[in-house]
Ligand binder design. Structure first.
Ligand code: PLP
Length: 433
């Protein structure tokens, strides 16, 4: 098929809900490591990784080798039969959770399902049903996932599920309480207490949060935030679910999971995206006594799929072998420095935030009023595409540029990204004139 035939067939035979980046959709033909090529043969530096999912580079040779071995051996039997890849992956994951405290996993196919499983588990374990989530969060596209999500644009057609309430996000750049860190004493964490006391029965099943709110615009809470919240959640009988779909597996630098930067051991971790470098997988990993409480009849036909789990184990091995957590810390630190240089050059960049190789820039029309620059963000996306750089967009106001390259990139790749971003900002500035 030609590029145009692909686009036309999609328009005719896919739901229009399948939307694309860019005014003219970019048809990707093939990829290798940090690069993708479009249907016309143009090469792009991929600093978005298929929405934070290509964790160790497109078609990573080590992971690809393990996938091939598995593809030639066994594709599918369902969770009704034990398989070696699933057992090995569960064991591997148990070995990397914070303090080794979370030892039992349930595999599914996506982040949405991983979160669904976590909420069901919390309800089994606590006997309570109400859940606290955060504003600006994203937790999935199902009925429960959209109800957990704290962004109007991602909450679907309405009629959210009952029993889920949303506390303030620790969104320092736009503090919901109008305060400034650190003199604020992280008062936003106390909102979890207020919300529990005023909008629930006081007996909750769970608090679910992303350590860094990815889709919400890489909102990065202050370091004290989660330990304060965890105490409140425990006092009300709930468990703490850390949604690590974007922050997991080393991306935040120096640690396996984003929540570890906050000195907190959660009760449940959910993962997906980068875990299998692009093969479908979801995982809910819990403390054993919590996992053991899920006793109702349930299964996931594709959960623990041998090919996906073999890929995921290979990804974790590759991260360990190449010490990619350190790479994320060092190269991510360099990326941050260079983004701050861009911020000094372009007043459009109101804020730079994130951890490791999960970084973002919030674009504003005016640094005083912080009015979101959504149109300029779109213009920057288009300019970056013309300059052969793929980056992501997010935030409730559509004004955050997300930069999430594979975790095994080098400083040289960062330099190239910054050069292309600089060119793109220049183009957007010229458009303003
Ligand atoms: C933090 C977070 N949780 C859950 C999900 C849902 O994952 P999936 O799209 O695999 O269902 C996403 C997807 O972007 C996410 O970013």
């Amino acid at each position: 098929m030609t590029r145009d035939e692909i686009i036309l067939a999609g328009e005719k035979f896919l739901f229009p809900a399948v939307f694309h980046y860019y005014k003219e959709p970019l048809v990707i033909d093939h990829a290798k490591d940090q690069y993708v090529w479009d249907a016309d043969g143009n090469q792009y530096l991929d600093f978005f990784g298929g929405i934070v999912t290509v964790s160790v580079g497109h078609l990573n040779d080590y992971v690809r080798g393990k996938i091939h071995e598995q593809v030639d051996r066994l594709h599918h039997v369902s969770t009704l039969f034990p398989t070696q890849p699933q057992a090995e992956l569960a064991q591997t994951i148990a070995g990397v959770t914070p303090n080794g405290a979370l030892t039992k996993s349930f595999f599914t196919n996506s982040g949405t399902e991983a979160n669904e499983t976590a909420i069901m588990l919390a309800r089994c374990y606590t006997g309570h049903s109400e859940v606290i989530a955060l504003r600006h969060s994203y937790h999935g596209r199902s009925a429960l996932g959209t109800s957990l999500t704290g962004q109007r644009i991602w909450r679907g057609p309405g009629a959210a599920q009952p029993g889920i309430v949303h506390a303030h996000s620790a969104y320092c750049y736009r503090c919901p309480l109008g305060l400034t860190y650190p003199s604020c004493e992280v008062k936003c964490a106390g909102d979890v207490q207020d919300v529990i006391e005023t909008t629930t029965t006081g007996r909750i099943a769970a608090f679910i949060a992303e350590p860094i709110q990815g889709s919400g615009g890489v909102i990065t809470p202050p370091k004290e935030y989660f330990s304060i919240v965890q105490k409140i959640v425990r006092n009300h009988g709930g468990i703490f679910i850390s949604d690590e779909v974007q922050t997991g597996w080393g991306r935040t630098g120096g640690k396996w999971f984003g929540i570890e930067h906050y000195g907190v051991v959660p009760d449940v971790i959910t993962g997906a995206k980068g875990l299998a470098n692009g093969l479908p997988i979801g995982v809910t990993t819990a403390r054993a006594k919590i996992a053991d409480s899920m006793r109702y009849l349930t299964l996931s036909t594709f959960g623990g799929n041998p090919v996906s789990t073999a890929a995921a184990k290979a990804v974790i091995e590759f991260i360990q072998q190449q010490d990619l957590q350190t790479n994320c810390e060092q190269v991510g630190g360099y990326l941050r420095e260079r983004l701050l240089e861009l911020q000094a050059k372009y007043s459009l960049i109101g804020d730079v935030r994130g951890m490791g190789l999960l970084q973002a820039m919030e674009l504003v029309k005016d640094r005083e009023t912080k009015q979101p620059a959504a149109e300029k963000t779109l213009a920057l996306m288009e300019a970056a595409r013309r300059n052969r750089l793929l980056i992501g967009k997010g935030g409730l106001y559509g004004n955050v540029i997300r930069i999430t390259p594979p975790m095994n990139i080098s400083r040289g790749d960062v330099e190239e990204c910054i050069r292309l971003l600089d060119l793109s900002f220049q183009e957007v500035e010229r458009q303003r004139d």
